[in-house]
Write a protein that binds this ligand. Structure first.
Ligand code: ADP
Ligand code: MG
Length: 728
């Protein structure tokens, strides 16, 4: 039906959206839609589902209908689409009748590429009648899990979608969700009556998220410290109770950090206002209960802090998933104390049905395991979603970054056990630890516990160490926590064996603990871009966003700004090399940014511009061809004379990786080179196979698959060559 070739997709991706390459699965889904196949795609939050329907909506005749339950997000989504030049609109109950009429008129007229719809629209006869006559290209169903009663967010309104195929038997339907067990998936396919759909189940790994867990000690100051590590960056802090939300927001405000609360106890108006302030970069931190999140699409959330243990891993994954949608590194900190289990347990015991209670306990147990077990956090999360994680070390969680060692702690365990024993097993963990570290609290003095032999025997370790040790003793069954609200510690028989020296005790510790210093990942000092200019551009962005009444990230993403502060583009020709800068955005917003960058360079003559990334321009044949970069041609010319990558880099005083990028682009544009001089024929063959298997999108999987047999530069150069063949 539509035999649009890949180069057109590539060119649209670059020229409209400003992205150099597709993310995993996007190209395949777009192709399927273009070919008229139904699609069912499960991709994680931030996986880039919108682009999968927005891009074909531009290339296919007619209007693409997007069904979405999130009315509060529709306007932002439409603004986003408009900003890149897609003719988009929306229809939902928030529109006054007169505006609705106007949108419907335009829809019938075929004036839209994309029309967002709330599901209940499809229930009205008049609208269905209109559908039969309107020129529809295809239907995208976003958040498709809302169709299934098995899903966590079932919406009865979504059931009206099941008649779509009856009313429009020929229409292509593409369904998207970020959460679907196989049961929910089957439900969706059945209810929408998808015909042999093209199915995608993407990995749930979020490689740009950095996970860490710290023992909860003084939660407010720990949260404050983490927030301070991210000056000027947006973050979400989750707390369990409304009271703690209020307390935390206040404590951050007292530290001089702009923060607002969000919970179900606030009026709808207040909630909306606070969410908008956060969404529009008006406030840095939002402190919230789990009620916050569904209606947020902000892409530049740089960190999520959990001040309390979430109820289950599903929730934790969703909530941390709101960080780093833009693909840039983002931090997820969980502050964990076993006593949170007790508070959460209270919720569970209030559940009516026994079955729900059992499920609740099981899920809570899995969540606590995640926090307690010193095995790669990423592997644990993915295992929960029945996905195996390949690499031994993910390189982006506390466990993998620090390493773990099994440490003998028999003496320390005896100190704790003895404190419990000597006080008659009548106290909770907090008091017992206070005794061991030698605290002189009012309670300790009043009870005379200052005179105990164990008072202060453990002052060589800080409190978080003892908390972890007590947790480990509980997990091993050496201790029992008895009682609900304020559980007391009792010694189990295994604990007695340790106390009397019959058995030893060891537990795994992150190397570097105690003390938090070692747990800190990359310091946020030198970020490799000009932060002064970044602040200036942020202001410009805020101004433009206010003028156009859109969220700032709709103007340009953080990543776009950051690259501007790294490469300092000075002309409209240089600008599209920046990530996220497409033609329409360049025209609409480019000038003020270029002006500011020019001014900044004039004011700071000592700035050395980094070379622009070798952005392989899309093979946009037919349209005006882009002038190839001069510097790329120079590298190409030297390679033709037989110089190696290393020699070219040396001669030109640039990095090898830059040269490899030049040669990749050079080859991709169809320029001839004696490839065998750069990549040996054996390696060419290996790479050809690996790219056949993994696709061109990322270098990493290909280089990794060939385990040390080829280098990145070779892989890059070969990719350019292979791509040039593909686009013939
Ligand atoms: P999802 O709906 O799957 O959660 P979105 O569609 O909101 O994700 O996309 C998340 C972010 O990723 C957005 O900021 C979007 O602009 C960006 N994005 C999507 N596709 C690409 C791509 N191919 N390259 C770079 N960024 C992309
Ligand atoms: Mg989405």
């Amino acid at each position: 039906m539509n035999s649009i070739a890949d180069p057109v997709l590539q060119a649209t991706l670059k020229n409209v959206f400003g992205f150099p390459s597709f993310r995993a699965n996007q190209a395949e889904i777009v192709r399927a839609i273009m070919a008229g196949d139904d699609v069912f795609a499960v991709m994680p939050t931030g996986g880039g589902k919108s682009l999968c329907y927005q891009l074909p909506s531009l290339l296919l005749d007619g209007v693409c209908l997007v069904v979405s339950p999130l009315i509060s997000l529709m306007k932002d989504q439409v603004d986003h689409a408009l900003a890149v030049g897609i003719r988009a609109g929306f229809l939902n109950s928030s529109l006054p009748v007169s505006e609705r009429r106007e949108v419907e008129r335009r829809f019938r007229n075929g004036d839209y590429d994309l029309l967002y719809l709330a599901p209940e629209r499809l229930k009205t006869e008049s609208f269905m009648a209109m559908l039969r006559q309107a020129p529809i290209s295809f239907v995208a169903v976003d958040e498709a899990h809302c169709l299934s009663e098995w899903g966590h967010d079932f919406r009865p309104d979504y059931l009206s979608l099941s008649v779509l195929k009856d009313v429009l038997p020929q229409v292509t339907i593409a369904a998207f969700t970020a959460t679907a067990t196989s049961q929910v998936g089957e439900d969706i396919v059945k209810r929408l009556q998808l015909q042999e759909p093209f199915q995608v189940r993407a990995s749930f790994d979020r490689p740009n998220l950095i996970y860490k867990v710290l023992p909860k000690d003084n939660v407010l100051s720990q949260i404050g410290r983490e927030v301070r590590r991210h000056p000027g960056e947006a973050g979400i802090v989750y707390r369990l109770s409304r009271k703690d939300v209020e307390k935390t927001a206040l404590s951050l405000q007292e530290m001089g950090i702009q923060s607002l609360p969000y919970h179900a106890g606030l009026s709808g108006g207040e909630r909306h206002q606070n969410q908008e302030a956060f969404n529009r970069d008006g406030v840095q931190v939002i402190v919230a209960t789990v009620a916050f999140g569904m209606g947020i699409d902000k892409s530049n959330v740089r960190y999520v802090i959990h001040g309390d243990l979430p109820k289950n891993i599903d929730g934790y994954y969703q909530e941390t998933g709101r960080a780093g949608r833009d693909g840039e590194p983002a931090h997820c900190l969980l502050l964990y104390s076993r006593s949170d289990m007790v508070r959460l347990g209270n919720f569970i015991t209030q559940l009516e049905e026994r079955r729900e209670q059992d499920a609740g306990w099981q899920k809570l147990g899995q969540m606590a395991d995640f926090a307690e077990r010193h095995s790669c956090r990423r592997r644990q999360l993915l295992a929960y979603f029945e996905e195996e994680y390949g690499p031994d070390n993910c390189g982006a969680c506390d466990v993998c970054l620090q390493g773990v060692e099994e440490v003998d702690a028999t003496t320390e365990a005896q100190m704790v056990l003895s404190a419990i024993y000597r006080t008659g097993a009548r106290f909770g963990a907090g008091h017992i630890i206070d005794i061991v570290v030698g605290a002189k609290t009012k309670r300790i003095r009043e009870l005379g516990h200052i005179k105990l032999k164990t008072h202060g025997v453990g002052r060589h370790h800080p409190k978080p160490y003892w908390r972890r040790l007590v947790d480990a003793l509980l997990v091993s069954g050496s201790l029992k926590a008895v009682g609900d609200k304020f559980p007391i510690l009792e010694i189990a028989s295994q604990g007695e064996a340790i106390l009397y020296g019959k058995e030893s005790f060891s537990f795994s510790q992150l190397i570097g603990l105690p003390g938090e210093a070692a747990v800190r990942s990359a310091p946020s000092g030198d970020k490799g871009y000009d932060q002064g200019l970044f602040a200036v551009l942020q202001e410009i962005r805020r101004g433009l966003a206010e003028r156009d009444k859109v969220p700032p990230y709709v103007v340009f993403s953080d990543r776009s700004l950051r690259e501007m502060c790294q490469y300092f583009p000075e002309t409209a020709e240089e600008m599209p090399a920046i990530h996220g800068v497409g033609m329409v955005k360049l025209e609409r917003y480019g000038a003020p940014f270029l002006r500011e960058i020019g001014q900044w360079l004039a004011d700071h003559p000592d700035i050395k511009k980094q070379e622009m990334p070798a952005c392989a321009p899309p093979p946009n044949r037919g349209k005006k061809a882009k002038k190839p970069g001069k510097t790329m041609l120079e590298s190409g010319a030297l390679a033709r004379q037989g110089f190696s990558v290393g020699e070219i880099a040396k001669q030109r005083g640039i990095k090898e990786v830059t040269v490899a990028g030049h040669l990749e682009a050079f080859l991709e544009q169809g320029n001839g080179l004696d490839l065998a001089l750069l990549v040996s024929p054996e390696k060419q063959e290996l790479l050809r196979q690996a790219y056949g298997e993994h696709g061109f999108e990322y270098l990493n999987p290909v280089v990794e698959a060939l385990a040390g047999q080829v280098g990145y530069d070779e892989a890059r150069i070969m990719r350019g060559f292979l791509r040039s063949l593909n686009s013939e």
